[in-house]
Design a protein around this ligand. Structure first.
Ligand code: MN
Ligand code: MN
Length: 456
């Protein structure tokens, strides 16, 4: 159902399904504040649906459900199809990292009797959006003895929160003459951690007190923070947005909204024709680099491992054939048309809230640079799948030509010579601490992803 408002097609029963689905999603993103937690939450749901860790499996046959875990930050799950695996997969790929601030390796310092945490921002952020809001700390501290300590401060209502200060309006005459990019500078995104000196300590007593508290609660020393991954993220749960509760406000819709809907779609698949796959990757916001990003060899390796488990004689060559024969939806969010900022979009090629799953034939910037630009033959096939399943869908570009742009993981998988197109959910306030999505779009994406995975 091309370019129609999805709310108009729902009867009372369907509308309830839409709202119920959003409740599950809110639970997921309220907890999944980092890629590690998102992976943990995904595995919890996979296990509950009978998926097995591939490390514990000796062979696979059609109908089997397995997943491969990569360094606790990247997971790839399969439902083995009736057709040979080498005849191609149906892949849903989404990223589970979101823009934020990371604590530096040597983060804690004291200034004017405040203990502060130095950060380095991750991904593209408008820095001024991240001050004067409650922030939480999530992550891991890895100690030399091989143990890993999990840190989670600021989500429980009884927990303290941290935050970044901004100048009071009364003294902002100079600050307000700066451009928005400079109003808050990256090096000033420092988190306030404390203001109470440790008794009996002369110099650096406030910092000493914070370190003492961390030692007591978590058992690590300042030096252990060198090998830590602590992310500073908006504190609090996702909420209904709008008086009609038609939307969800939350942190990390980009791209956990598509990760969740992709994962939930995979969980609904049983004995598909073609092997279904959902891969959740890390590091998209910084270029899909590294061992857990979409450019990692992890994905082709797990396909080879899956083929090995299926008894394939030449799993390496088989993995290449499999990739070439695969079809993929790169499940990533789109810029939702915002009535307050109409000038940046081409209204005929923009993504509208509640109009369903958004297909981007291409993303990129400055003349499609860096985009995947899907083949029209494949796009036509996808349109048929969506229309046959009566999924609401729309097409969009990321804003007007020459207005900016962005990328996704689509081109990376395209490099394996597979058919890929971007398909996701429209978002308002993308990369802000509070992003917005429509419940109807979440539901239509979920339905569209199921239709795709079970397509012939
Ligand atoms: Mn994204
Ligand atoms: Mn993004």
């Amino acid at each position: 159902m091309y370019r129609e408002n999805a709310w108009k097609k729902y009867d009372e029963k369907e509308e309830k399904l839409v709202y119920d689905f959003a409740e599950g999603y809110k639970d997921f993103i309220s907890v999944s504040k980092t890629e590690r937690i998102a992976v943990k939450e995904a595995i919890k749901r996979l296990n509950a649906k009978g998926f097995k860790n591939a490390e514990e499996v000796k062979s696979v046959k059609p109908g089997d459900k397995v997943y491969f875990l990569n360094r606790n930050k990247n997971v790839c799950a399969f439902v083995v199809g009736k057709e040979k695996i080498t005849s191609g997969l149906r892949i849903l790929g989404a990223h589970i990292d979101s823009p934020r601030m990371d604590l530096k390796e040597h983060p804690i310092y004291e200034k004017n009797e405040f203990a502060l945490g130095d950060t380095h921002y991750y991904g593209g952020i408008k820095k001024y959006q991240w001050v004067t809001i409650p922030l939480a700390l999530h992550g891991v501290v890895c100690k030399k003895d091989g143990s890993t300590i999990e840190v989670n401060i600021g989500e429980d209502e009884k927990d303290p929160v941290v935050g970044i200060s901004d100048l009071l309006i009364h003294l902002s005459a100079d600050q307000l003459t700066k451009t928005a990019a400079k109003v808050i500078e990256g090096e000033n995104l420092d988190v306030t951690l404390g203001n109470k000196p440790l008794k009996g300590e002369e110099k650096g007593a406030v910092k000493a007190n914070v370190l003492k508290l961390l030692k007591e609660k978590y058992g690590f020393d300042e030096e252990d923070l060198v090998s830590a991954e602590i992310e500073v993220v908006p504190a609090g749960k996702a909420r209904d947005y709008g008086l009609d509760r038609s939307m969800v406000a939350g942190y990390g819709h980009d791209d956990r909204s598509c990760a969740y809907t992709s994962l939930m779609a995979l969980l609904e698949v049983n004995e598909p024709e073609f092997t279904s796959c959902c891969i959740l990757v890390d590091k998209e916001e910084i270029g899909s680099v590294g061992a857990t990003g979409a450019q990692s060899r992890f994905f082709e390796n797990v396909i080879a491992k899956l083929l090995e488990l299926a008894g394939e004689k030449d799993p390496l060559w088989g993995a290449r054939l499999t990739m070439e024969n695969s079809k993929m939806l790169s499940s990533d969010v789109s810029a939702g048309y915002d009535p307050l900022f109409p000038s940046v979009s081409d209204p005929n090629n923009a993504a509208y809230f509640a109009y369903g799953l958004v297909f981007n034939k291409y993303t990129g910037s400055r003349g499609k640079s860096g985009s995947n630009d899907a083949n029209p033959e494949y796009y036509a096939w996808v349109r048929r799948v969506m229309d046959d399943a009566k999924v609401s869908w729309q097409n969009a570009e990321l804003g007007k030509v020459d207005q900016g742009g962005g990328g996704t993981i689509a081109y990376i998988l395209g490099n394996y010579n597979m058919n890929v197109i971007d398909a996701g959910i429209p978002v308002h306030n993308m990369h802000a601490p509070m992003e917005i999505v429509s419940k109807a779009d979440l539901y239509e994406a979920y339905r569209g992803y199921i239709a795709f995975l079970t397509s012939k």
